[in-house]
Structures are given as structure tokens and as C-alpha cells.
Design a protein around this ligand. Sequence first.
Ligand SMILES: [Zn+2]
Ligand SMILES: [Zn+2]
Length: 344
Amino acid sequence: MAAVLQDQGPNFTFRIQEVEIPTLKPREVLVKLEATGFCGTDLSLAYGYLGSCNSILGHEGIGRIVATGSDCASKAAVEGQRVGIGWIRDACGSCRVCISAAGGETRCITQVFSGRDIPGTLASFAVVPERYITPLPDDVPSELLAPVMCAGVTAYKALKVANSTPGSWIALSGAAGGVGLLGLQYAKAMGYRTIAIDGGERRGGICLDAGAEIYLDYEKEKDLRSAILRETGGTLCSAVIVCAGAASAYESALHCLDYFGTLVAVGIPPPTSKVSFHPLTLIDYGVKVIGSITGDRVDILEAAEFVRRGLVKPKVIGIGLNELSQYSRRVNELDGKLVVRLEN
Ligand SMILES: [Zn+2]
Ligand SMILES: [Zn+2]
């Protein structure tokens, strides 16, 4: 079965139908999926905001290998191996970007994205190249691992990129979203003190439930910098992870950083957005601005380990495939991660 996108654009729907089981090339494996998350990127793809996409979306899949191609030889390419399928479905491993830095594969020049370039994980089966298998531990429920594959690892990687000192204050802007809520949990588990920034009382409740020490409502606080100094007793942030997709969130985040702090860019404002700041904001404080994308396979394994140990527990809203049309439009307003069960 698969959820097949119909009418990409404002009136999209999903048709649940049987699809053929994909055939394998010699160095590919077939994964039978148990669960997959549905994230904000999937919604943007369905609406057509990100250009053309595959008719089968999805990039937070968890399942097991059920068949291997004739030339597969790696240790992970064995039937029964539990695997995850994230946004990046393949990387060449040999281009300048892949080999230039740890995690370079997340920006591989020829990278292939799940649900955009090839069929995604909203289906019973998916094909993975042997060289890009992501093995996962067995002893964690699939619905808890699925959110790690995109939102979770994106949050975790952003915190790694921030490279802050444990015990320091880290703010997450846009904290009540899918990445932000998991980011609050990861930040706490990694030893940071957390400030959630978002708008409205309801979102504040969600952030505090997720473990935020402080919640700041940007609709009420005219000056977030002063609010942080007030709430922390005089300390600014070692890092601000901007998960919100608004230029204003970036501009205010720069003023919340302590000396030598780091702004980590994750949220994506509309294509025409511009962020404006005076260079002295960077120069005087010696702050850094750095972009973070999803994580590589090592980041996924590390992020999954936090879930396996119970230190991070994604709040999940589990649905069946036939409920996807109904829930998918609200994915950015739900109080938990939308996870589709693919097994009967
Ligand atoms: Zn590459
Ligand atoms: Zn995603």
C-alpha cells in the first residue's frame, strides 16, 4: 500500500492504493516499512512550495530489510536488519563536498532526497542503496524512532553545530514546532539550560511540557534580549537555534547571543525574505552565524540513542494511512509529531 499524492497544490489529497513492490538493482536493498513520520517539508512538497516532487512523499521511515540485491556484500545489507530512511536517500561519498568535512555527505553535490527525487516512505516498501543504509537499534518502538529521522536529527545536529558549553543557556526560536520541541528535549538531555521562544500561551504550554525552563512569548516581549537577561538573572545565550521560518526571528536571535555565541540557522523563511543586521552586531560580540541541515548517518545513530535511553521521548500522534489526508494539512499545528503506522 502507499499514499499517492493527487493534485499537488492547494487542493492536494492522498489516495491510498496498492502499488507494485519495487524491483532491486544488484546493490540495493528492499525495506518493509513499519512507520513513517510526516513532517512540515512533506506538507510544503504537497502544496507545491518546493517545486515538483515524487507522488509518494515521506522521509522519516523505519522498517527492516526484507530482500537484498544480488551484489550486496556489506554487513548491514542483511535481511532482518532494522533501518531508518531519512531525507537524504543517497550520497556519492566521493565528491568534493562528501569528503571535505565530517558530515559532508549531507550536502553531497549529487544527493537524492526522499519523496522529492525518488519515492518516499509513505508506502509499505522502499528501496535503499546498499552504500546508504542507516542501521538502527532493535529495542525502540518504530513510532518513537520515526521522528528522529528528520525532525529529531535536525534538532540534534543543530545543537552539535552550536558547540556550546554544557550548563549554558540555549534558546530555540520557533520552539513549539516539530524540530523545536525535540530540540528542547535534546538540549536538556545534552546538559544545556533551555529557553523556548514562540508565540501565544498555548504554544508556551507545549514548550514547557517539553521541558523548556523558560518560555518567552515574542508577541508579548518587545525586547527579547532584555527578557532573557531578566529571566536568567543576567546571562545571554551561548547559542540560539532558529527553527522559525521568519526573518524577524533571525534578527532578534542575534541580539540574544552572549559574547562568542552562535546563531544556528535551521528554519527557512520564504524565498524572498531578507535578514538585516548591522555588522557590529557580529563584530562587537564575536558571534558566529552558521547554517545547519539535517544530520548524517552518525548523527542519526547518536540521536536515536537518546531515544533508546529514554532521555528524549518524542510526543507522537499515531494515525493510519487512511487518515493522512485528514491530518496532513494540520501537521504544523499539532501538539506532537505525526507518525503514520504502515503495518496492519
Ligand atoms: Zn557526494
Ligand atoms: Zn522532514
